[in-house]
Design a protein around this ligand. Structure first.
Ligand SMILES: [Fe+2]
Length: 364
């Protein structure tokens, strides 16, 4: 007989936590920045994924969703594929000014891409670039299909009509969140909580109580915000884990899977429903192995919801659907990645051989 013991799980580290007076409070994840050797191939995947091109030059490609945001995805032409970083907006110029005084921050300058405004550019302790914007102008909302009318139990909304969502790439509404793997977990988490005001929604911990995955959200007071805008994953080196984009409903997620499969792309994981954040999800890899998540129906929290702490495991990643494949979290085995991991193991206060082995046992 199996006896289930409900053990209390607690966080044993200082971060992530809520700071009473952060340097600034980010109010929006505005965009992500990538480098790619071939902008045409990048554009083809992202269009098939459901993003809309804003502009493209020989060197820069900008894309957006249907929400009234100027752009949400920026790709620079470069020799090697690389994830560069993210953009966050703050509500006041005072906050931008305070951030621009942090070590390594650039002086406030006009933001030159669509939407404009002013920006300061920071680098987080893991080396990801953080472009903080203030005064960015919104854009016209783009047309999109309405959510399908569902017959739910006793509630019949659709009589004498079939469900026929169009067989096209599902229109991405907006960039939702980004998940980053980092070696220096405590310093990186502190950067986002102390300086950008992110607050933990859920923290999944290892047996020693240190965080394996933390889901951080924006603090927008009484205004509900996504369960997570940034997820930080304990890894062996800094790298993008995935980025996520909101779709209108579950049929859009399903149609996205059909279209991407028919067009020959690499499936990563799904369809399923997450536990923490509750999204119905489906993950697809681009040609460089970077995972892009379609999702709908995510949780929304106001600022007063306290963080949850739970034990991390592969089973804790979804409540239904395909189990999370080990390829999803497997570290890169390139020589460069192995050398970086060995260096970080010696150097990072958040990594030990024991922790690496525990992570490998849980996710390898
Ligand atoms: Fe996600």
């Amino acid at each position: 007989m199996t006896v289930l013991v409900d053990m209390k799980v607690t966080l044993s580290t200082a971060e992530p936590r809520r700071h009473a007076e952060p340097t600034a409070r980010a109010i929006e994840l505005t965009h992500l920045v990538f480098e790619r050797p071939d902008l045409s191939r990048a554009e083809a995947f992202l269009r098939d994924f459901g993003l809309t091109v804003v502009t493209r030059t020989d060197d820069v490609l900008l894309l957006r969703g249907t929400a009234p945001s100027a752009y949400g995805y920026r790709v620079h032409r470069a020799g090697k594929a690389r994830f560069v970083g993210l953009g966050l907006a703050v509500a006041s110029r005072d906050e931008l000014l305070r951030l621009s005084r942090l070590a390594g921050a650039t002086p406030i300058a006009p933001a030159t891409y669509p939407g404009g405004g002013e920006q300061t550019v920071l680098s987080d302790p893991s080396g990801f670039v953080v472009e903080v914007l203030h005064g960015r102008q919104s854009a016209e909302e783009l047309p999109t299909r309405e959510p399908l009318a569902l017959n739910v139990g006793k509630v019949a909304r659709r009589i004498n009509h079939g469900q026929r969502p169009p067989v096209v790439p599902p229109a991405v509404i907006r960039l939702g969140h980004v998940a980053l793997e980092v070696a220096d977990y405590q310093a990186t988490a502190r950067f986002y909580t102390q300086h950008l005001g992110l607050v933990p929604s859920d923290i999944q911990v290892l047996p020693d109580g240190s965080p394996a995955v933390a889901f951080l959200r924006l603090d927008r007071g009484a205004q509900p915000t996504d369960h997570h805008t940034l997820a930080l994953v304990q890894g062996l080196e800094p790298r993008l884990n995935h980025s996520a984009y909101e779709l209108v409903d579950a049929d859009a997620v399903g149609m996205g899977q059909r279209v991407l499969r028919e067009r020959g792309y690499q499936h990563a994981w799904g369809i399923g429903r997450h536990i923490l954040g509750s999204q119905i999800f489906d993950y697809w890899s681009d040609e460089h192995g970077d995972k892009h998540e379609h999702y709908c129906d995510g949780d929304l929290f106001t600022a007063d919801t306290p963080p949850g702490v739970s034990a991390v495991s592969r089973e804790a990643m979804a409540q239904w659907g395909q189990p999370m494949p080990s390829s999803f979290t497997r570290p890169s085995l390139s020589l460069r990645a192995l050398l970086a991991a060995a260096r970080n193991l010696r150097r990072s206060p958040d990594l030990s051989l024991e922790k690496v082995l525990t992570l490998a046992r849980l996710f390898g």
